[in-house]
Each structure stands twice: as structure tokens, then as C-alpha cells.
Ligand binder design. Sequence first.
Ligand code: FE2
Length: 375
Amino acid sequence: MWTDVTVTKDGSALHLKGPDGDTGFHAIWLRDNALDAATRDAGNAQRLITLADIPKDLTLSQAHIREGQLHVIFAPEDKACAWPLGWLADHAYDRPTAATPLPDRVQTWDAALNNSVPTADLTELQSDNATRRDWLAAIRRYGFAKVTGMTPREGGLFDIVDLFGYVRETNYGRLFEVRTEVNPVNLAYTGLGLQAHTDNPYRDPVPTLQVLACLENSASGGENMVVDGFAAALRLRAQDPRGFDLLAGHPMRFAYTGGAGIALHSRRPIIDLLPDGTLQGIRFNARSAAPNTDVPFADMADWYAAYRRLSDIIDDTAMEVQFKLAPGEAFIVDNTRVLHARKGYSGAGSRWLQGCYADKDGLLSTLTALETAHA
Ligand code: FE2
């Protein structure tokens, strides 16, 4: 931890030095992130001030370390504030940019994960917080997980959403049936095989989670597959950096107009990056792709070459984890990252799945709360 603090000559920042490394904080950052009860509500932790409450000529007039805390005095307010050094270490921003473009606690995977698909039993998930925490953490890490031990019944998939959050209702209903229909409004409701895809890219925002639960599955075929979209994007970047930049740097268009009174359109990139280059999401769905009118003529051929290359990577069986759901089993996918697919099915027997959408903010909130409670 840090043992020494020096304020810059103009008082605009300070530097902390110690055996574990040096770091710096700006006066404006420290004042904005003061922990005192006049700045942060002691109950809900929300900020009580706006930037207009901070003097434009703010400086640090004093700083010292005492009893594991950094103490400073701000001028011209003459306001004293303190932060535990551990808190500052957790929030330090004076560090080299991360080499990996992956979000925190995300791990890419390929077919090797077939041997260790994250799975938990519904009753245990409902009754044991540690099991639920570990299962939610697996979804954060891998972007999907299975559930076993459900009673195959209509609407049973809502029990999974109840573990962490709320259903996202759409024009397909609170839940949708995935089984062969006559005159289907969506190709999902046929026996056709479906290339790996993310759902509903024509929405903005997309549903960030999907749950699919199996009620009947005696037909031959119909296996489910999942592919890590982040792993696919990174493989594309390694093979074709310019292609990666093209797919990330231009919007794609998606549309769904398959139902009466419904005309969903979105304009978002296939590879979605944060401004610092961190992978934020993947949208990939051949059925819902609309004509792309946003790539300059000079780049369109290369954009398509990259799109095809990504499609080939996604179709590579070395990327896929495959499982056949039995009645009473379900899986959940992070629909911003993990693509799902199914093999065609036909013949005798039946295949009946029910699906619903939910959102990742609630899942991550529940997970963080569980982790904090266990810390
Ligand atoms: Fe789907």
C-alpha cells in the first residue's frame, strides 16, 4: 500500500507512492468522489452534489496519509475529506490500458467446454444462495449455463428468471412457443435447422438474456448448440484485423416485419465495442439481417469478406458446445454475446420448447449482491 503522498505544485493532483507501486488522483476526481455524508447519501449511496457545486478553482491545499486513510483539504472550500487506501486502490485509474479487449471476469471458450458445461439443479438454485451465486457467476464468465431438475410444465421457465430478475415481454408474448407451426410467423417455429445467431438484433436494446426450457423432446435431431461470439470476434481479429475493424466500425441493419402491425428496425454494428475497444456485444442473425446501406462503396466488398469470415468461424464445429435438452432441462444465454443454434429435426416424436427474454442488468445486480453478502 502507499506510504507517501505529494501534491503537485499547482494543487491540481496528488501522487501516492509505496512499495506496491505509484498512482495518481486529480483534485477534481477526489472532490467528485468524496465519501462524506454531505457528498454521498449515507443510506442509498447516491451522490448529493452536481459538478456545479464544486468550485472551478478547486485545488488540494494539504494531503497526508494517516491510519490507512488518505486525508486531504480542498481549497478554496477548506473542506476536509478522507478515503480508505483500500477504497482508492479499488478505484485507481492511473494504470496502463488493459491488453485484453474482454470485459472484466469474462472468459472465452470453444468446443473444449463441452466437457464442463456450467449446470445447476433448479431446486438447489432456489434454496442455496452459494449455488445460485456460482451459477450466476458462470453466466457472467461464459455467457450461458444449463438448468436441470425442472418439472416440465408450461411457464416453468419463469422459475429460472425469478432466480435473478424479471421477464422482458415482447411482441412474441411473455413467453414464446418453439415448436413446429403451420404458417409460422418466425422460422424458429419450424423444424428447420438454424445457424447460430443472437436473438432479436432488430431491437434496440436487444433482450440481453434468453431462457429456453424443454417440455418435450422425443424427435430425432433438434440438438442445441451455443457459440461464444466474443471468441469468434477475437478469432476474426487475429485472422483479419481490418475485417474486424470494418464490422466494428460500421453499423449493420436488422429488421423484423413478420407479424401484423410490427415493423422492428435497428442500426447497430455486428461487433459492438466500447470506445476503449472492449467487446460490448455481438449481433449476428442471418434471418434478421436487412440490406446494409451504411458501409461506403469502397469498403463494401471487404466488409462482406469479413462478414463471411465471421460467419465461417461461427459455423466451425470447433467453436461449438452442443447438448440435447431433455424435458425438465433449460439453458440461459447472454444474448449480447453467446449465439445459439439448433439442428433440424423431423420424423416421429415431438419437440416443444418454451422461451422467454430477460435482462442482464438484473442478473448482474443479483450476482453482485450475493457476492457482497458472502464477502
Ligand atoms: Fe433464437
